[in-house]
Ligand binder design. Structure first.
Ligand code: NAD
Length: 369
Protein backbone atom coordinates (compact mmCIF):
# COMPACT_ATOMS: atom_id res chain seq x y z
CA UNK A 1 0.00 0.00 0.00
CA UNK A 2 1.26 3.46 -0.90
CA UNK A 3 2.41 5.43 2.21
CA UNK A 4 -0.14 8.23 1.84
CA UNK A 5 -3.09 5.96 1.21
CA UNK A 6 -2.00 3.79 4.15
CA UNK A 7 -2.03 6.92 6.33
CA UNK A 8 -5.51 7.82 5.02
CA UNK A 9 -6.69 4.29 5.63
CA UNK A 10 -5.43 4.33 9.23
CA UNK A 11 -6.94 7.76 9.84
CA UNK A 12 -10.33 6.63 8.51
CA UNK A 13 -10.12 3.52 10.65
CA UNK A 14 -9.41 5.60 13.75
CA UNK A 15 -12.23 8.04 13.00
CA UNK A 16 -14.56 5.10 12.41
CA UNK A 17 -13.69 3.36 15.69
CA UNK A 18 -13.86 6.61 17.67
CA UNK A 19 -17.24 7.38 16.10
CA UNK A 20 -18.59 3.96 17.04
CA UNK A 21 -17.23 4.23 20.58
CA UNK A 22 -18.78 7.67 21.10
CA UNK A 23 -22.16 6.67 19.70
CA UNK A 24 -21.76 8.80 16.58
CA UNK A 25 -23.48 7.12 13.72
CA UNK A 26 -21.85 7.09 10.29
CA UNK A 27 -24.52 6.99 7.61
CA UNK A 28 -24.14 5.59 4.11
CA UNK A 29 -23.39 9.12 2.86
CA UNK A 30 -20.60 9.41 5.46
CA UNK A 31 -22.20 12.31 7.26
CA UNK A 32 -21.60 11.81 10.96
CA UNK A 33 -24.73 12.63 12.89
CA UNK A 34 -25.06 12.55 16.59
CA UNK A 35 -27.61 12.16 19.35
CA UNK A 36 -31.18 13.32 18.97
CA UNK A 37 -30.58 15.12 15.68
CA UNK A 38 -29.52 12.12 13.69
CA UNK A 39 -31.87 10.33 11.32
CA UNK A 40 -32.46 6.67 12.05
CA UNK A 41 -32.11 4.08 9.29
CA UNK A 42 -35.13 1.92 8.49
CA UNK A 43 -34.95 -1.41 6.64
CA UNK A 44 -38.23 -2.60 5.14
CA UNK A 45 -38.66 -6.38 5.32
CA UNK A 46 -41.13 -7.70 2.71
CA UNK A 47 -41.36 -5.58 -0.43
CA UNK A 48 -44.98 -6.16 -1.45
CA UNK A 49 -47.75 -3.68 -2.20
CA UNK A 50 -47.82 -1.85 1.12
CA UNK A 51 -44.05 -1.34 1.17
CA UNK A 52 -43.91 -0.27 -2.49
CA UNK A 53 -47.06 1.84 -2.54
CA UNK A 54 -46.98 3.47 0.90
CA UNK A 55 -43.99 2.89 3.17
CA UNK A 56 -41.16 3.43 0.66
CA UNK A 57 -42.69 6.71 -0.60
CA UNK A 58 -43.48 7.79 3.00
CA UNK A 59 -39.81 7.33 3.92
CA UNK A 60 -39.00 10.08 1.43
CA UNK A 61 -41.12 12.43 3.55
CA UNK A 62 -39.91 11.44 7.01
CA UNK A 63 -37.60 13.80 8.87
CA UNK A 64 -36.36 11.58 11.72
CA UNK A 65 -35.75 8.39 9.77
CA UNK A 66 -34.94 7.35 6.22
CA UNK A 67 -34.91 4.20 4.14
CA UNK A 68 -31.42 2.77 4.59
CA UNK A 69 -31.94 -0.85 3.54
CA UNK A 70 -34.25 -3.69 2.58
CA UNK A 71 -34.64 -7.35 3.53
CA UNK A 72 -36.28 -9.41 0.82
CA UNK A 73 -36.83 -12.96 -0.41
CA UNK A 74 -36.32 -11.78 -4.01
CA UNK A 75 -32.80 -10.51 -4.91
CA UNK A 76 -34.15 -8.76 -8.05
CA UNK A 77 -36.52 -6.68 -5.90
CA UNK A 78 -33.56 -5.67 -3.75
CA UNK A 79 -31.73 -4.46 -6.88
CA UNK A 80 -34.79 -2.50 -8.00
CA UNK A 81 -35.22 -0.85 -4.61
CA UNK A 82 -31.51 -0.01 -4.45
CA UNK A 83 -31.86 1.79 -7.79
CA UNK A 84 -35.11 3.57 -6.93
CA UNK A 85 -34.05 4.71 -3.47
CA UNK A 86 -30.32 5.06 -4.02
CA UNK A 87 -29.57 2.45 -1.37
CA UNK A 88 -26.08 1.32 -0.52
CA UNK A 89 -25.91 -2.24 -1.93
CA UNK A 90 -24.36 -3.55 1.28
CA UNK A 91 -27.70 -2.73 2.98
CA UNK A 92 -29.69 -5.23 0.90
CA UNK A 93 -30.29 -8.46 2.80
CA UNK A 94 -32.16 -11.69 2.20
CA UNK A 95 -34.27 -13.58 4.72
CA UNK A 96 -31.36 -16.03 4.99
CA UNK A 97 -28.60 -13.56 5.87
CA UNK A 98 -30.63 -10.93 7.75
CA UNK A 99 -28.87 -11.81 11.05
CA UNK A 100 -25.90 -9.85 9.64
CA UNK A 101 -27.81 -6.56 10.13
CA UNK A 102 -26.55 -6.87 13.72
CA UNK A 103 -23.24 -5.47 12.46
CA UNK A 104 -24.72 -2.75 10.28
CA UNK A 105 -25.00 0.65 12.00
CA UNK A 106 -26.97 2.03 9.01
CA UNK A 107 -29.98 0.02 10.18
CA UNK A 108 -31.68 1.05 13.43
CA UNK A 109 -35.23 -0.14 12.73
CA UNK A 110 -36.63 -3.16 10.87
CA UNK A 111 -40.20 -2.74 9.59
CA UNK A 112 -41.84 -6.16 9.03
CA UNK A 113 -44.38 -6.01 6.17
CA UNK A 114 -45.13 -9.67 5.37
CA UNK A 115 -48.28 -11.79 5.75
CA UNK A 116 -49.27 -11.79 9.46
CA UNK A 117 -48.25 -15.35 10.38
CA UNK A 118 -44.66 -14.43 9.48
CA UNK A 119 -44.53 -11.29 11.64
CA UNK A 120 -43.44 -13.17 14.81
CA UNK A 121 -40.47 -14.93 13.23
CA UNK A 122 -39.12 -11.79 11.58
CA UNK A 123 -39.78 -9.51 14.55
CA UNK A 124 -37.97 -11.92 16.87
CA UNK A 125 -35.01 -12.28 14.49
CA UNK A 126 -34.72 -8.50 14.08
CA UNK A 127 -34.88 -8.01 17.86
CA UNK A 128 -32.19 -10.64 18.39
CA UNK A 129 -30.03 -8.70 15.94
CA UNK A 130 -30.42 -5.72 18.29
CA UNK A 131 -32.74 -3.67 16.07
CA UNK A 132 -35.91 -1.81 17.01
CA UNK A 133 -38.94 -3.24 15.22
CA UNK A 134 -42.25 -2.21 13.71
CA UNK A 135 -44.65 -5.03 12.88
CA UNK A 136 -47.52 -4.48 10.50
CA UNK A 137 -51.04 -5.23 11.65
CA UNK A 138 -52.43 -7.70 12.60
CA UNK A 139 -49.48 -8.20 14.96
CA UNK A 140 -49.69 -12.02 14.70
CA UNK A 141 -52.20 -14.81 14.33
CA UNK A 142 -52.30 -15.82 18.01
CA UNK A 143 -51.96 -14.19 21.42
CA UNK A 144 -49.12 -16.63 22.22
CA UNK A 145 -47.14 -15.33 19.25
CA UNK A 146 -47.76 -11.72 20.39
CA UNK A 147 -46.37 -12.70 23.81
CA UNK A 148 -43.25 -14.18 22.18
CA UNK A 149 -42.70 -11.01 20.16
CA UNK A 150 -43.10 -8.75 23.19
CA UNK A 151 -40.79 -10.94 25.29
CA UNK A 152 -38.08 -11.05 22.58
CA UNK A 153 -38.07 -7.24 22.22
CA UNK A 154 -37.97 -6.79 25.97
CA UNK A 155 -35.10 -9.23 26.31
CA UNK A 156 -33.13 -7.52 23.54
CA UNK A 157 -33.98 -4.09 25.04
CA UNK A 158 -35.38 -2.85 21.74
CA UNK A 159 -38.66 -1.07 21.09
CA UNK A 160 -41.62 -2.68 19.35
CA UNK A 161 -44.40 -0.78 17.56
CA UNK A 162 -47.39 -1.97 15.54
CA UNK A 163 -48.28 -0.30 12.22
CA UNK A 164 -51.27 1.52 13.73
CA UNK A 165 -50.91 4.60 11.50
CA UNK A 166 -54.36 5.99 12.37
CA UNK A 167 -53.14 7.15 15.78
CA UNK A 168 -51.38 9.93 13.84
CA UNK A 169 -54.27 10.87 11.57
CA UNK A 170 -55.90 14.17 12.52
CA UNK A 171 -59.50 12.88 12.23
CA UNK A 172 -58.72 9.90 14.42
CA UNK A 173 -56.87 12.15 16.86
CA UNK A 174 -60.03 14.24 17.08
CA UNK A 175 -61.99 11.05 17.83
CA UNK A 176 -59.52 10.21 20.62
CA UNK A 177 -59.80 13.76 21.99
CA UNK A 178 -63.62 13.56 22.00
CA UNK A 179 -63.41 10.17 23.73
CA UNK A 180 -61.09 11.58 26.38
CA UNK A 181 -62.71 14.96 27.00
CA UNK A 182 -66.24 13.62 26.50
CA UNK A 183 -67.65 16.69 24.68
CA UNK A 184 -70.52 14.42 23.61
CA UNK A 185 -70.43 12.22 26.72
CA UNK A 186 -69.04 8.70 26.48
CA UNK A 187 -69.64 7.08 23.07
CA UNK A 188 -72.21 4.43 23.93
CA UNK A 189 -73.41 3.38 20.48
CA UNK A 190 -70.91 2.52 17.76
CA UNK A 191 -71.34 0.97 14.32
CA UNK A 192 -68.71 0.00 11.77
CA UNK A 193 -68.58 -1.59 8.32
CA UNK A 194 -65.29 -2.34 6.57
CA UNK A 195 -64.94 -4.51 3.51
CA UNK A 196 -63.65 -4.88 0.02
CA UNK A 197 -64.41 -7.35 -2.71
CA UNK A 198 -61.71 -9.99 -2.77
CA UNK A 199 -61.92 -12.62 -5.46
CA UNK A 200 -58.56 -14.29 -5.82
CA UNK A 201 -56.60 -16.98 -4.08
CA UNK A 202 -53.89 -15.21 -2.08
CA UNK A 203 -52.43 -15.13 1.42
CA UNK A 204 -55.33 -12.92 2.68
CA UNK A 205 -57.66 -15.94 2.55
CA UNK A 206 -55.06 -18.54 3.51
CA UNK A 207 -55.75 -19.39 7.15
CA UNK A 208 -52.18 -20.43 7.89
CA UNK A 209 -50.68 -17.15 6.64
CA UNK A 210 -53.44 -14.66 7.49
CA UNK A 211 -54.91 -16.27 10.62
CA UNK A 212 -58.43 -15.68 9.24
CA UNK A 213 -60.23 -13.71 6.56
CA UNK A 214 -61.55 -10.12 6.48
CA UNK A 215 -61.70 -10.01 10.29
CA UNK A 216 -57.89 -10.18 10.52
CA UNK A 217 -57.25 -7.87 7.58
CA UNK A 218 -60.07 -5.29 7.85
CA UNK A 219 -62.27 -5.97 10.87
CA UNK A 220 -59.24 -5.24 13.05
CA UNK A 221 -59.61 -1.55 12.15
CA UNK A 222 -63.10 -1.44 13.67
CA UNK A 223 -61.95 -3.39 16.74
CA UNK A 224 -59.09 -0.92 17.20
CA UNK A 225 -61.21 2.15 16.36
CA UNK A 226 -63.92 1.16 18.83
CA UNK A 227 -61.31 0.82 21.59
CA UNK A 228 -60.01 4.30 20.66
CA UNK A 229 -63.59 5.65 20.85
CA UNK A 230 -63.93 3.94 24.25
CA UNK A 231 -60.91 5.98 25.38
CA UNK A 232 -58.49 3.07 25.20
CA UNK A 233 -60.70 0.58 27.03
CA UNK A 234 -61.22 -2.94 25.63
CA UNK A 235 -64.59 -4.70 25.38
CA UNK A 236 -65.46 -7.21 28.11
CA UNK A 237 -67.44 -9.58 25.93
CA UNK A 238 -68.35 -10.26 22.32
CA UNK A 239 -70.90 -12.10 20.23
CA UNK A 240 -70.48 -12.95 16.55
CA UNK A 241 -71.82 -14.90 13.62
CA UNK A 242 -70.60 -15.68 10.15
CA UNK A 243 -72.88 -14.85 7.21
CA UNK A 244 -73.48 -17.54 4.57
CA UNK A 245 -70.70 -17.60 1.98
CA UNK A 246 -71.45 -16.40 -1.55
CA UNK A 247 -68.19 -17.95 -2.89
CA UNK A 248 -67.70 -21.08 -0.77
CA UNK A 249 -65.10 -22.47 -3.18
CA UNK A 250 -62.83 -19.46 -2.52
CA UNK A 251 -63.55 -18.94 1.17
CA UNK A 252 -63.09 -22.58 2.13
CA UNK A 253 -60.58 -21.83 4.94
CA UNK A 254 -61.73 -18.46 6.28
CA UNK A 255 -64.89 -16.38 6.75
CA UNK A 256 -66.21 -14.27 3.88
CA UNK A 257 -68.41 -11.97 5.99
CA UNK A 258 -68.51 -11.72 9.77
CA UNK A 259 -70.88 -9.72 11.99
CA UNK A 260 -70.04 -9.10 15.60
CA UNK A 261 -70.90 -7.03 18.67
CA UNK A 262 -68.51 -5.77 21.34
CA UNK A 263 -69.79 -4.87 24.81
CA UNK A 264 -67.73 -2.40 26.82
CA UNK A 265 -67.55 -2.12 30.63
CA UNK A 266 -69.50 1.20 30.68
CA UNK A 267 -72.42 -0.29 28.71
CA UNK A 268 -71.20 0.97 25.31
CA UNK A 269 -71.86 -1.37 22.39
CA UNK A 270 -70.27 -1.63 18.95
CA UNK A 271 -72.11 -3.46 16.15
CA UNK A 272 -69.84 -4.22 13.23
CA UNK A 273 -69.46 -6.14 10.02
CA UNK A 274 -66.41 -6.99 7.93
CA UNK A 275 -66.42 -8.64 4.55
CA UNK A 276 -64.54 -9.66 1.44
CA UNK A 277 -67.88 -9.60 -0.44
CA UNK A 278 -68.75 -5.90 -0.33
CA UNK A 279 -66.91 -2.57 -0.26
CA UNK A 280 -67.36 -0.26 2.68
CA UNK A 281 -65.30 1.86 5.06
CA UNK A 282 -67.54 3.57 7.64
CA UNK A 283 -67.62 4.13 11.37
CA UNK A 284 -70.09 6.05 13.54
CA UNK A 285 -70.02 6.76 17.28
CA UNK A 286 -72.77 8.35 19.34
CA UNK A 287 -72.89 9.85 22.81
CA UNK A 288 -75.83 11.38 24.68
CA UNK A 289 -74.80 14.91 23.59
CA UNK A 290 -73.54 14.38 20.04
CA UNK A 291 -71.95 12.08 17.49
CA UNK A 292 -69.06 11.64 15.09
CA UNK A 293 -69.32 9.87 11.78
CA UNK A 294 -66.62 8.72 9.36
CA UNK A 295 -68.70 8.63 6.19
CA UNK A 296 -65.99 7.60 3.71
CA UNK A 297 -62.53 6.06 3.95
CA UNK A 298 -62.85 5.81 7.72
CA UNK A 299 -59.76 3.66 8.08
CA UNK A 300 -57.91 4.27 4.79
CA UNK A 301 -54.78 6.33 4.23
CA UNK A 302 -56.42 9.17 2.36
CA UNK A 303 -59.76 10.74 1.59
CA UNK A 304 -61.38 10.56 5.03
CA UNK A 305 -64.75 12.32 5.02
CA UNK A 306 -66.03 12.88 8.55
CA UNK A 307 -68.39 15.10 10.47
CA UNK A 308 -69.72 15.52 13.96
CA UNK A 309 -73.09 16.72 15.22
CA UNK A 310 -71.46 20.17 15.23
CA UNK A 311 -70.78 20.06 11.47
CA UNK A 312 -68.26 18.83 8.86
CA UNK A 313 -64.63 18.32 9.86
CA UNK A 314 -61.89 19.66 7.65
CA UNK A 315 -58.49 18.57 8.84
CA UNK A 316 -55.49 18.56 6.50
CA UNK A 317 -54.68 15.11 5.16
CA UNK A 318 -51.30 14.07 6.51
CA UNK A 319 -49.05 11.21 5.46
CA UNK A 320 -50.04 8.79 8.23
CA UNK A 321 -47.20 6.37 7.52
CA UNK A 322 -44.55 9.10 7.63
CA UNK A 323 -45.96 10.50 10.88
CA UNK A 324 -46.04 7.01 12.41
CA UNK A 325 -42.43 6.18 11.48
CA UNK A 326 -41.14 9.60 12.54
CA UNK A 327 -42.82 9.25 15.92
CA UNK A 328 -41.28 5.81 16.42
CA UNK A 329 -37.84 7.22 15.54
CA UNK A 330 -38.44 10.04 18.03
CA UNK A 331 -39.41 7.49 20.72
CA UNK A 332 -36.08 5.72 20.15
CA UNK A 333 -34.04 8.92 20.12
CA UNK A 334 -35.67 10.34 23.26
CA UNK A 335 -36.35 7.12 25.18
CA UNK A 336 -40.13 7.72 25.14
CA UNK A 337 -42.68 4.86 25.00
CA UNK A 338 -44.48 4.44 21.67
CA UNK A 339 -48.27 4.96 21.89
CA UNK A 340 -48.71 2.04 19.48
CA UNK A 341 -46.65 -0.65 21.24
CA UNK A 342 -46.90 -4.43 21.20
CA UNK A 343 -49.45 -4.51 24.04
CA UNK A 344 -52.02 -2.77 21.82
CA UNK A 345 -51.42 -5.27 19.03
CA UNK A 346 -51.78 -8.11 21.52
CA UNK A 347 -55.01 -6.64 22.93
CA UNK A 348 -56.55 -6.58 19.46
CA UNK A 349 -55.55 -10.20 18.73
CA UNK A 350 -57.09 -11.17 22.07
CA UNK A 351 -60.39 -9.49 21.11
CA UNK A 352 -60.35 -11.02 17.61
CA UNK A 353 -59.66 -14.47 19.10
CA UNK A 354 -62.75 -14.03 21.29
CA UNK A 355 -64.81 -12.90 18.25
CA UNK A 356 -63.80 -16.03 16.30
CA UNK A 357 -64.68 -18.20 19.29
CA UNK A 358 -68.08 -16.50 19.58
CA UNK A 359 -68.72 -17.09 15.85
CA UNK A 360 -67.71 -20.74 16.20
CA UNK A 361 -69.74 -21.49 19.32
CA UNK A 362 -72.68 -19.12 18.75
CA UNK A 363 -72.29 -18.02 22.38
CA UNK A 364 -71.13 -14.77 24.01
CA UNK A 365 -67.43 -14.93 24.87
CA UNK A 366 -65.68 -12.96 27.59
CA UNK A 367 -62.56 -11.09 26.48
CA UNK A 368 -59.65 -11.94 28.76
CA UNK A 369 -58.42 -8.88 30.65
P1 NAD B 1 -48.32 -8.26 -0.34
O1 NAD B 1 -48.81 -9.62 -0.66
O2 NAD B 1 -48.39 -7.21 -1.40
O3 NAD B 1 -46.79 -8.34 0.16
C1 NAD B 1 -46.35 -9.32 1.06
C2 NAD B 1 -44.84 -9.38 1.06
O4 NAD B 1 -44.42 -10.44 1.91
C3 NAD B 1 -44.26 -9.68 -0.34
O5 NAD B 1 -43.10 -8.93 -0.53
C4 NAD B 1 -43.91 -11.15 -0.27
O6 NAD B 1 -42.84 -11.50 -1.12
C5 NAD B 1 -43.51 -11.29 1.20
N1 NAD B 1 -43.61 -12.66 1.69
C6 NAD B 1 -42.66 -13.29 2.39
N2 NAD B 1 -43.01 -14.55 2.65
C7 NAD B 1 -44.21 -14.74 2.07
C8 NAD B 1 -45.09 -15.85 1.99
N3 NAD B 1 -44.81 -17.03 2.57
N4 NAD B 1 -46.26 -15.68 1.34
C9 NAD B 1 -46.58 -14.51 0.76
N5 NAD B 1 -45.77 -13.41 0.83
C10 NAD B 1 -44.61 -13.53 1.47
O7 NAD B 1 -49.09 -7.79 0.98
P2 NAD B 1 -49.22 -6.33 1.56
O8 NAD B 1 -50.54 -5.78 1.17
O9 NAD B 1 -48.01 -5.54 1.29
O10 NAD B 1 -49.35 -6.66 3.13
C11 NAD B 1 -48.21 -6.95 3.92
C12 NAD B 1 -48.51 -6.64 5.39
O11 NAD B 1 -48.86 -5.26 5.49
C13 NAD B 1 -49.69 -7.41 5.97
O12 NAD B 1 -49.44 -7.66 7.33
C14 NAD B 1 -50.86 -6.44 5.85
O13 NAD B 1 -51.88 -6.65 6.81
C15 NAD B 1 -50.15 -5.12 6.09
N6 NAD B 1 -50.84 -3.98 5.48
C16 NAD B 1 -51.10 -2.92 6.26
C17 NAD B 1 -51.74 -1.82 5.75
C18 NAD B 1 -52.00 -0.62 6.63
O14 NAD B 1 -52.72 0.27 6.23
N7 NAD B 1 -51.42 -0.57 7.80
C19 NAD B 1 -52.13 -1.81 4.41
C20 NAD B 1 -51.82 -2.92 3.62
C21 NAD B 1 -51.18 -4.01 4.16
Amino acid sequence: MHNRSRRDFLRDLLIGSAALASGIHLRGDDKPEKGKDRKLGVALLGLGKYSSGQLGPALRETTKCYLSGVITGHPEKGEQWAATYNLNKKNIYSYDNMEQIAHNPDIDIVYVVTPPALHPEFVIRAAKAGKHVISEKPMATSVEDCDRMIAACKKAKVKLAIGYRLHYDLYHKEMMRLAKEQDFGPFLKMTGDRGFIFGQRAWRIDKKLAGGGPMMDLGIYIVHGACMAANGVAPVSVTAHEEPKTKPELFNEVEETLRWTMDFPNGAKCDAVTSFAHSSDQFRIEGAKGWMEFKQHAFTYRGIVAETSRGPLNFPAINQQAAHMDDFADCILTGRETPVGGELGRRDIQIITAIYEAARTGKPVKVKA
